[in-house]
Ligand binder design. Structure first.
Ligand code: URA
Length: 489
């Protein structure tokens, strides 16, 4: 009997969505200012009805309701939690705050502990979404857009959408989740209904890139399986292209770690020392006149032997300058010399060079007729045992070496320049550009020079799966065929 009476007294709050914070706040104000206790209020989400506040008394104009700002901010987070009881729970806290203004600072209070745990869970989910959303490209040209499928634990899509807008402002993207979707058309953010995994594309060209990246950053000596699964819970694995590698990498981690220890720096291989001795001491740095007066490529190459524009000259064997005819129509720009180039003093003669040569050949481009150089002219590496492992040049090194590249461009005056990979593109365009997205584009610089963007051939070498490798080689070959067409244009 008592139960029925209690139910009759219940005020039903209808919220428009799972994250209708404005609705919750309005209802909480009406309930509290009319002295309606938490047990007399029931909360439910009714997406399509214009029902908000319908069954509730208006807020009491004379009643004062002072709510700490901190509570409002925390409630705004907690409303994104998936616990269906959260609306009532938050109202209970608000109710208690009226008579216990210090409540939020009582860390031992069970309600406060719960508030904190819910807040943390939402925060973690927001962080996971930022880390594990993987976009897949659909459409080409004007139709190009990026779509991601993600399964958050809580209702965090709207709360996180601004982050993705800021991070991917220049892309048109959609993030689909079971509860809501966020869509950015380059100008406007729209939050829409949830979707199914089947609505998202399955696989795209960037998958191989993610896998290669993950393999390269994976450090077997630092593997802590439990910690890794905590940070990257298995439920996210199915949507991460790189996750297919995890079981194998974990299985091979012990061996990989001992191999890694065996590769720790020892003395350099004897032939490195011999070649280096031949090129040392490095000529004194060229003075400004000498460089200014170098008006042929051989003269410039000779002066560049003494380049001290950045510290990379100290560990490298020699400057590896560009090579090819001075009247070349096209210049190919790589990243930096590798181990073999450093020893030989010539660009693109190692494994990436061989891959590059064979593809140029297939595209009917005669390497002897083109000029090949690098954005950075000294080999940057880390010693590992007897090996020297390529290390990416940083922005300062790229900038310092751009001086030489500009001189090469000035003297040769090519019709077209091909940027092989991100470092070359950064050097040629003066800023970092997304290569996978812009691959195949021709960017015209302010000085009228046309720059064709593509990947670096070493990317193909790093792909493990034979089928994927072949596919990537095919894509690079079609890029080179485009280059051949553009060369004459
Ligand atoms: N990679 C480059 O970018 N340049 C070379 O010369 C060799 C490998």
């Amino acid at each position: 009997m008592a139960k029925t009476q209690l139910n009759l007294a219940v005020h039903l709050v209808r919220l428009e969505s799972q994250t209708d914070f404005a609705g919750w706040r309005d209802a909480a104000r009406r309930l509290a200012t009319n002295d309606i206790p938490p047990e007399d209020a029931a909360w439910q989400v009714e997406p399509d009805g214009e029902t908000r506040g319908k069954d509730l008394p208006a807020a009491h104009a004379d009643a004062r309701l002072v709510v700490p700002r901190d509570f409002i901010e925390r409630a705004e987070t907690v409303i994104c939690h998936c616990d269906p009881e959260r609306f009532g729970f938050l109202y209970r806290l608000l109710w208690r705050l009226r008579s216990e203004p210090k409540l939020l600072s009582i860390a031992t209070d069970p309600d406060i502990r719960k508030l904190e745990a819910m807040e943390k869970a939402v925060g973690r989910d927001i962080h996971k979404m930022r880390a594990f959303v993987r976009f897949r490209k659909i459409g080409e040209g004007a139709e190009e857009r990026y779509v991601a499928w993600f399964e958050p634990e809580h209702f965090i899509v709207e709360r996180n959408a601004d982050f993705f807008v800021r991070r991917f402002t220049g892309m048109r993207w959609t993030i689909l989740t079971p509860h809501a979707s966020a869509d950015w058309d380059g100008e406007r953010l729209a939050i829409g209904p949830g979707a199914g995994k089947r609505d998202a594309p399955a696989e795209d060209d960037a998958e191989a890139l993610w896998r290669t990246y993950f393999e390269n950053i994976f450090n077997p000596a630092r593997l802590k399986v439990k910690a890794m699964q905590k940070e990257m819970p298995k439920k996210y694995w199915r949507n991460l292209p790189e996750a297919s590698l995890i079981p194998d990498l974990i299985a091979g981690a012990d061996k990989a770690a001992s191999d890694m220890i065996a590769r720790m720096p020892t003395t350099p291989a004897p032939h490195h020392a011999k070649v280096k001795a031949k090129h040392w001491p490095v000529p004194q740095p060229a003075n400004a006149d000498e460089t200014e007066n170098a008006d042929t490529i051989p003269e410039l190459r000779a002066v560049a032997k003494g380049c001290h524009r950045c510290p990379l000259w100290r560990d490298a064997t020699q400057t590896v300058f560009g090579e090819g005819p001075e009247n070349a129509e096209v210049i190919f720009v790589g990243e930096q010399p590798g181990d073999q180039e450093d020893l030989a003093g010539k660009p693109f003669v190692g494994p990436a060079g061989k891959m590059f040569d064979s593809i140029l050949d297939d595209a009917a481009i005669d390497r002897r007729k083109v000029y090949v150089t690098n954005a950075v002219k000294h080999f940057k590496f880390e010693p590992r045992g007897k090996r020297r492992i390529h290390s990416k040049p940083n922005a300062g090194e790229i900038q310092a070496c751009r001086w030489w590249l500009d001189k090469e461009l000035d003297l040769i005056k090519p019709n077209l320049v091909v940027a092989l990979g991100a470092t070359a593109a950064q050097s040629l365009l003066g800023k970092a550009v997304p290569i996978t997205k812009m691959r195949g584009d021709v960017v015209e610089r302010d000085d009228g020079l046309r720059v064709f963007l593509t990947i670096h051939p070493s990317f193909i070498l790093r792909i493990r799966e034979q089928e994927d490798k072949e596919a990537e080689r095919g894509r690079f070959l079609s890029d080179m065929r485009k280059v051949r067409e553009l060369m004459g244009a």
